[in-house]
Ligand binder design. Structure first.
Ligand SMILES: Nc1nc2c(ncn2[C@@H]2O[C@H](COP(=O)(O)OP(=O)(O)O)[C@@H](O)[C@H]2O)c(=O)[nH]1
Ligand SMILES: [Mg+2]
Length: 238
């Protein structure tokens, strides 16, 4: 791998986005892999846009692209915009919050660099110390992952993870349509239809934030995810 594309979907993340940009742009990838950062500001109505522009000024605009959506589309919609612009061999999603540690992206890259896998997911549930989430969200994630395993015929422990490392040409070829958090089951379902791919997971550290701290995913997204698992798992072709 020569270059990694990192897509950061942002919606109202004024508290954390500057730090995320700083950490990600200073992140040194293994084996001298180069990186590009694609930030999609999804019509935030807080001070995210200013914070992003300021942060880019500070770290230098080389290898960073900022796209401002005129209308809010959702995490999936933002990623659909971002993936079209990706020029790296591989693409990974980095949330604009600080729930995951960008330094751990290297752990995922290792699996590809060692030729152990084509697709790598970061798993919060392989982490022996703690999954980081609350009881109810952990349960929901386990149910959704269990359903995915049965219906998509794969074997993973964290379907809803943000860290999904996918070859860019493959990512671009998926006909993704889910605009919001249905993105996670949809991409997993569509990837699973490529039966020749080798999957791997690595443990990642998760520092869950609360709704007050800006968490946007909620129980309604859980039901939507269930529907998406059935829709893209059973009723949709590649
Ligand atoms: N582009 C975009 N991103 C969003 C939207 N809602 C949430 N996000 C981003 O999606 C990421 C995950 O959101 P979060 O609520 O922490 O959910 P979780 O990490 O999946 O549990 C964050 O980077 C958010 O900024 C949205 O409407 N549009
Ligand atoms: Mg998050």
């Amino acid at each position: 791998m020569h270059k990694l594309s990192i897509i950061i979907p942002v919606f109202n993340e004024e508290a954390t986005i500057a730090k995320v940009i700083d950490v990600v742009s200073n992140l040194k990838l293994i084996n001298n892999i180069q990186k590009e950062i694609i930030i999609i500001n999804d019509a935030s109505n807080d001070k995210s846009k200013k914070a992003i522009e300021q942060a880019i000024k500070e770290v230098g605009s080389e290898n960073i692209r900022l796209i401002n959506h005129a209308k809010n589309t959702g995490k999936g919609g933002a990623i659909q915009t971002g993936i079209q612009l990706a020029t790296g061999d591989y693409t990974i999603i980095q949330d604009a919050d600080l729930e995951l540690d960008p330094n751990e992206i290297n752990r995922l890259l290792e699996k590809v660099e060692n030729k152990e896998a084509d697709i790598v997911y970061g798993s919060r549930f392989l982490n022996k110390e703690s999954s980081g989430g609350t009881g109810l969200s952990n349960l929901a994630n386990k149910v959704l992952t269990g359903m995915s395993n049965v219906i998509f015929r794969i074997k993973i422990t964290d379907m809803e993870t943000c860290y999904k490392l996918v070859p860019s040409p493959l990512f671009k070829s998926l006909k993704l349509v889910e605009k919001r958090f249905g993105f996670e089951p949809e991409i997993t379902a569509r990837l699973a239809k490529h039966r020749d791919l080798r999957w791997a997971e690595v443990a990642i550290t998760y520092q869950a934030r609360t709704e007050e701290q800006g968490k946007k995913i909620g129980w309604k997204d859980g039901f939507r995810a269930m529907w998406c698992i059935l829709k893209y798992g059973l009723f949709t072709r590649k």
